[in-house]
Write a protein that binds this ligand. Structure first.
Ligand SMILES: *Cc1c(COP(=O)(O)O)cnc(C)c1O
Length: 427
């Protein structure tokens, strides 16, 4: 470790890490490389990756097919501006996204991160009602416990309690929050479960442009899985009240929850959909916002143009690696493999379920969650995981994994048993 000390201390003194103090930062572990589902630290420690680098690295790291796609594209054309120009990697990717997503989604806007794709979605909804002459419909409704990104527009629809609202309340627009769904994934959705959403959308419909939510899986806002029936009722209520539905599929997209998209679990189709994270298999930052013909027409109905255009829009490197990643996914046997992973997560975490410190264990698709009764000490618990050769990054009370889909059974067992062992030491 000692020869890395200059690097670590420079990092500590000068570099921000996510959600971290500049003065008293948490530990960071220097990484020398990655290989398959392993993260290799500078001191040679190999960690089985339980996080897929925050939902992204679905095919594992250093995947030869993705690396080749990236290198080939770098030889041809690393980047060109997208204003007035187009290129094959972008067109191919747009075709793939339109093919994979629910049929009504026909228009693609390439964004450079998930948060930007959410900003784009919110702007599309507001411009849609401007374009169609209903300018009073300019507010957004969402459900509590959501997470939609870190930029200002995104923060305004993140959970107002466990998000960052309190710090920024003076600058954030005030949107409308329904209670988080109380019906769980394997339950139906009763009138009572839907009552709060129903009454809020009814009373605010005249001023609402859109509802935004994460379909079925609420990720960074609490790792909760709710009933697909609830999402169906949201879709119906949006139709009834002429409110657009935005599904934020940035975490759920590309098979993470057991279907290609979270909205597929409910058999619904949003008006606007955000995708990101796993789209490039964890190689590059890229996201996209898809919209229906109706939304695209509405925005442009009085000659209007959609007002957004990032510098690195449709970056060819990112598009090329995304094309390779989506091909790998479609050609893989994910429909068989993902339920196997679910079963292994359920079995692997079952020893935790009855521990006095554990509130609940829940699994869906390739997502496994051990919810503790008390928040964990992040620095201390992370050190215990590293000692046992696994990479897991809890937050609050949540110890959770969403490994690369290519993880082997042995690696998955090692991951869950290390977690159970560390959880059993808590108390
Ligand atoms: C990660 C995430 C975002 C933000 O994406 P970034 O690429 O980090 O900007 C938005 N919504 C959901 C559901 C996410 O999981």
């Amino acid at each position: 470790m000692s020869n890395n000390e200059p690097m670590i201390s420079f990092d500590r003194d000068h570099i921000w890490h996510p959600y971290t103090s500049a003065v008293n930062p948490l530990t960071v572990y220097p990484v020398a490389g990655t290989d398959g589902v392993r993260i290799i630290l500078e001191d040679g420690t190999e960690l089985i990756d339980g996080m897929a680098s925050w939902w992204c690295a679905i095919h594992g790291y250093n995947n030869p097919v993705l690396s080749k796609a990236l290198c080939d594209q770098a030889q041809k054309m690393p980047h060109v501006m997208f204003g007035g120009l187009t290129h094959e990697p972008a067109v191919t990717l747009a075709r793939k996204l339109i093919d994979l997503s629910p049929a009504p989604l026909q228009h693609v806007f390439f964004a450079d991160s998930g948060s930007v794709s959410v900003e784009v979605a919110l702007k599309m909804a507001i411009q849609y009602f401007q374009g169609t002459g209903r300018t009073e419909k300019n507010r957004i409704m969402t459900i509590r416990n959501g997470y939609h990104g870190d930029t200002l527009g995104c923060m305004s629809v993140c959970d107002p309690v466990n998000g960052m609202h309190s710090l920024f309340s003076s600058v954030l627009p005030k949107h409308i929050f329904a209670e988080a769904p109380s019906c769980r994934y394997d339950e139906g959705c009763t009138d009572e479960d839907f009552a709060d959403f129903k009454s809020k959308i009814e009373s605010h419909a005249h001023e609402l442009a859109a509802v935004i939510l994460e379909p079925v899986v609420q990720g960074a806002g609490g790792m909760r899985f709710y009933s697909p029936e609830y999402l169906k009722r949201v879709r119906e209520a949006c139709d009834e009240h002429d409110v657009l539905l935005i599904c934020d599929e940035i975490a759920t997209g590309f098979c993470r929850a057991g279907a290609v998209f979270g909205s597929d679990l409910a058999g619904i189709s949003p008006d606007i959909m955000c995708v990101g994270k796993a789209i490039t298999g964890g190689y590059m930052t890229l996201a996209a916002t898809l919209a229906t013909e109706k939304v695209a027409q509405g925005i442009s109905s009085d000659g209007g143009v959609f007002m957004h255009g990032p510098t690195f829009m449709a970056n060819p490197l990112a598009c090329a690696v995304a094309n390779a990643s989506l091909d790998l996914l479609v050609e893989s046997n994910w429909e068989e493999r993902i339920p196997q992973i679910t079963t292994m997560l359920e079995d692997g975490f079952s020893p935790c379920a009855n521990l006095p410190t554990v509130a609940e264990v829940r699994c869906l698709g390739t997502i496994g969650v051990v919810e503790m009764k008390q928040p964990v000490d992040l620095d201390a618990i992370q050190a215990e995981f590293v000692k046992r050769g696994v990479w897991v990054r809890p937050f609050g009370k949540l110890i959770y994994v969403m490994p690369p889909y290519v993880i082997s059974n042995l690696e998955l067992e090692a991951l869950t048993s290390a977690i159970c062992e560390v959880v059993s030491l808590q108390g």
